[in-house]
Each structure stands twice: as C-alpha cells, then as structure tokens.
Design a protein around this ligand. Structure first.
Ligand code: IPM
Ligand code: MG
Length: 360
C-alpha cells in the first residue's frame, strides 16, 4: 500500500534534516513492505521567496489531500533576514500558525524524555535526574492567545496593544479527552496546568478538565499553576507523566521541558486533529546559524517521522524499528555536535541519517 505524505522541508536546517528523515523512512518502508509517496510543499520563508506569502491555499489543499505532513522547520534570522521586514501576517511563523488552524491540528504532543545515553548532556544535577524522566506535554494548539483578536492602536499619541485569550468549553474538552487518552497508554497521570488563580479562561479550563476526568477514573488527575509548573520542571521532572495545558503555557513549558533533557535536537512532536491526520515536526527551530554546514542533528525529525508512522499510518512495528535504530546509534557512541561528549564519535547530518537507516 502506498501512503501519501506531504513533505515541508522549510527553511534553515529544515531541508537537510528532512532529507535524512525520508532516508530513514525509506529504509523502514523497504524492510516492512509498505510504500511512501512524497509530495514536496513550500512553507515559511521558502514560500515567501516564491509566492510572496508563507503559505498558499494550494499548499493547504495538497496537505489536506495527504495522510500526514512531515515538516522540517521554518523561519530565519529575525535580525538579518528580509522575511522579517514584512508585515507580521506575512512572516514565516504566520504560515505555521495558519497550517495548524486550517488543518484543525488542535492537539500538540511534545514528548520530553531523558535518553540514558545522553545523561551527560542533561543540565540538571545527578540527584535531581534520579532514574530519569519521561513526560508528554500536550499543548492546545489552535486556540487561546495566539489566535484571539489582536490590535495595536494609538490613542492621544499613546500606543496601545491588545491580545485576546479566549477558550470555549468545546476547545478545552477535545484536547482534555486527547490528554486522558494518551495518559491511559502511559503511566495514567494527567497534570493540568493553568493560571486559575488569576484568569477566567483558566478557571473554565480547570472546570472542563475536571468534568472530562470523571470519564477516566483510572487516570490520576492533578492541577498545577503554570508558574509552579515552570519551577517543578527543574526541581523534580520525574513527577510528570502527561502535562495538559493551553497554547501559550504549552509553548513555553515545552521549550523548558526540552531543555532539561539536554538535547533539543532529539525531541519530536506531533500535531493532531480528530482524525488520523497529523503534522509531524521536530520541536526545535530552523537554526539559521548552522544551516548549510552539514552539522545539524536530524534525530528529532527522524523521531517525528516515527511518530507519523505510529499515529497516522498505524505502522507501529516500523515506528518501533526507527526508535530502536536511533537508540542503537547512540549506544554505539555516534553523536552530532549538539549532543557530543568525550569519547564519542562526531558525525554530520548525512552520516547520522545513514547510520540510523542502516540499523532500521
Ligand atoms: C513552536 C513555535 C511556534 C509557536 C512559533 C514559531 C509560532 O515556537 O512551535 O513552539 O509558538 O507555536
Ligand atoms: Mg515554541
């Protein structure tokens, strides 16, 4: 069976890391006997350069007509790139927000765990790391502050800017359900994160999550204020299984969680809607400073491709094989620069892709 995959290489290191992910996918396809047909799409700066906008309607339609989207990264250097001289809604990031909204990708899964092999890269003290940690940040991705009404006006010579944070109970319920479902397949713990001591949207969030939780008596539900959560992530990350939170809190906390693993170049992500369709991308950005140098770590994208096989294509065996191949390569001591440590073998982007593909 031939699966239709839309591929968005994007900007910066995006094309290089996506090429390696496709190489690994092809190795898995050959081994497990399925077919993949890729359609390459432009988004972000790459689309601005050709079409003048970061995402065209045509691109959205092609993405919709596929089973899943595999993405690299978008954006450039905000100081030097001409893309950032454009109006905000024409910049690369606007394309990413638009594709999430257009495809209704409301559930963003960002796993953050410590690879035993990469323990040395973790910035936390050994006694805090303990036995290691493994959490899943579930971030609401199409509502809240990033999609509310906003404006900048000038009143009597004074500039004033407004952003709106709104959530309907339906938006909260559907992400909460996903959160509990995912928790069921893990350690059965949901920590819902909000700012209910201040925000109305958070009070509604907490109430709806409580309601949904009643349908999952086997899952332990707790609530935590976002400022406390930011602290707990570096104080005792092992306490978390699933962290369920709204858009902006999830944006910030997922960066923090990835940093405590010590290896943002390793972390994958999936953005899902109510069907099997999903968009898969590494948690890191486009790293324009190292683009074209052949040194970027492709592992986060390779692992995102594995998530795609698991969640959108039901090819669990192939996903397992890719994840095992990544672990094996790390065990053998191969490292890209970002995760390099003493006694290991330094390799580039392509070499890392080849090593993983050969072990699938
Ligand atoms: C992310 C990024 C995006 C976001 C930006 C680029 C719009 O930070 O995926 O976390 O805030 O969602
Ligand atoms: Mg972010």
């Amino acid at each position: 069976m031939e699966h239709k995959i839309a591929v968005i290489p994007g900007d910066g290191i995006g094309p290089a890391i996506v090429a390696e992910a496709c190489k690994v996918l092809d190795a898995a396809a050959a081994k497990f006997g399925f077919g993949l047909c890729y359609t390459e799409l432009l988004m972000g700066g790459a689309s601005i350069d050709v079409h003048g906008v970061p995402l065209t309607d045509e691109t959205i339609e092609t993405a919709k007509a596929s089973e899943a989207v595999l993405m690299g990264s978008i954006g450039g250097d905000a100081k030097t790139s001409p893309w950032y001289k454009l109006e905000p809604q024409l910049r690369p990031e606007a394309g990413l927000l638009k594709i999430r909204k257009s495809l209704n990708l409301f559930a963003n899964l960002r796993p953050a765990y410590l690879y035993e092999e990469l323990r040395a890269a973790c910035p936390l003290r050994d006694e805090i790391i303990g036995e290691g940690f493994d959490m899943m940040i579930m971030r609401e991705l199409t509502g809240g502050l990033y999609f509310g009404a906003r404006q900048t006006v000038e009143e009597n010579g004074v500039r004033k800017a407004t952003d709106t944070l709104d959530y309907s109970e339906n938006e909260i319920r559907r992400i909460a359900i996903k959160g509990f479902e995912i928790a069921r397949k893990r350690r059965k713990k949901v920590c819902s994160v909000d700012k209910a001591n201040v925000l109305d949207s958070s009070r509604l969030w907490r109430a709806v999550v409580e309601e949904v939780g009643k349908d999952y008596p086997d899952v332990e539900l707790s609530h935590m204020l976002v400022d406390n959560c930011a602290m707990q992530l570096v104080r005792d990350p092992a306490q978390f299984d699933v962290i369920l939170t709204e858009n902006m809190f999830g944006d910030i906390l997922s960066d923090e969680a990835s940093m405590v693993t010590g290896s943002i170049g390793m972390l994958s992500s999936a953005s899902l809607n109510e069907t099997k369709f999903g968009l898969y991308e590494p948690s890191h950005g486009s790293a324009p400073d190292i683009a074209g140098k052949g040194i970027a770590n492709p592992i986060a994208t390779v692992l995102s491709a594995a998530m795609m096989l698991r969640y959108s294509l039901d090819l669990d065996e192939a996903a397992d094989a890719i994840e095992a191949a990544v672990k094996q390569v790390l065990k053998e001591g191969y490292r890209t620069g970002d995760i390099m440590s003493e006694g290991c073998t330094l390799v580039g982007t392509k070499e890392m892709g080849d090593l993983i593909a050969a072990r699938v």
